[in-house]
Design a protein around this ligand. Structure first.
Ligand SMILES: [Fe+2]
Length: 305
């Protein structure tokens, strides 16, 4: 039943730092140090082919924190490792959780490319704008279970991470605005932004799926207000009153300070979050002055095996 699933994933209170923050296990210097050059190459270029039979209990414990509340972990590695070493460690941790997706590349560098997502249908990850609360992937046929972000450079100003819980939102709507839920559980069109796909009215009409769904008695929330509204605009459709109220209440709930966490990733931090019920956002950012390293995160999309 959905109620028993909800009880495992809702936040009773906003998670405290010691419930989700972990220091990278000391073993990692050795683990990475012992990899041969060909293993490192596989890990970065073809991570799903990387097979490690050893047991890493520490990582498997984190796995459990992703499946139920708090639904995310922040791994601190300190500033000891080079970028190359951080990428290997991150790739290893991601692969340990499941299979990586190659839609944007297994490891996609999230950096400002000077683009504007309000002027062309491109992922907000290529800009320096605030993203608004969202879950990753607007494509009907693909949903990552886990989103990973490795921070190589935090940038100068802004770029904070914000996290909130869609299971708490669902309870809130059920108690106070239950008349919005039928519309939010019906297929809803989304704009088509995946590189290499055609952005046409027909493609958008096909790209329809619910905000809330309960596959196999689980809980799945798929949301990004901007791409829902642009889909309705491009196809000349009207958003129903019930759906619009649900969307407005969603944004209102997520933006209340008692409902979200905010922190800034530091160099070497790895944030892993369950993309089925943890909804994320980032504040707009400015990069450092000329010549210094721009904000750089490495994103991965992972599916549990
Ligand atoms: Fe995202």
């Amino acid at each position: 039943m959905i109620t028993s699933k909800l009880s495992t994933i809702v936040w009773e209170n906003l998670p405290k730092s010691d419930q989700y923050t972990f220091n990278l296990h000391d073993d990692f210097s050795n683990i990475i140090g012992n990899f041969k050059a060909d293993q490192k190459k596989i890990l970065i270029e073809n991570p799903n082919e990387f097979l490690s039979m050893d047991s890493y209990d520490w990582l498997d414990e984190l796995h459990l924190k992703l499946k139920a509340a708090p639904g995310f972990v922040l791994i601190k590695s300190g500033a000891l490792f080079s970028n190359e070493e951080l990428r290997y460690i991150y790739a290893f941790c991601c692969r340990r959780l499941g299979l990586l997706n190659n839609r944007y590349g297994y490891f996609f560098d999230v950096v400002d490319q000077g683009l504007d997502y309000t002027k062309q249908a491109i992922p907000v990850s290529k800009t320096r704008a605030s993203t608004g609360y969202h879950t990753d992937s607007t494509a009907k046929e693909y949903l990552p279970d886990v989103v990973g972000l490795l921070c190589l450079s935090p940038g100068a100003i802004g770029g904070d991470s914000l996290l909130t819980n869609a299971a708490n939102l669902y309870k809130h709507l059920l108690q106070n605005y239950s008349y919005t839920l039928e519309a939010m559980q019906a297929p809803i069109i989304r704009d088509v932004i995946t590189p290499g796909t055609e952005n046409s009215v027909e493609a958008i009409m096909q790209n329809a799926f619910p905000i809330f769904s309960f596959p196999n008695e689980g809980f799945t929330f798929r949301y990004m207000r901007y791409w829902i509204e642009s889909a309705y605009e491009k196809t000349g459709q009207n958003i129903s009153k019930e759906l619009m109220k649900g969307i407005e209440e969603t944004d209102c709930y997520f933006s209340s300070p008692q409902n979200y966490l905010q922190f800034k990733l530091e160099r070497g931090d790895m944030l892993l979050l369950n993309n089925r019920f943890i909804c994320h956002n980032r504040t707009a950012f400015e990069n450092n002055a000329l010549g210094s390293t721009p904000r750089t995160l490495v994103r991965s999309w992972i599916n549990f095996q």
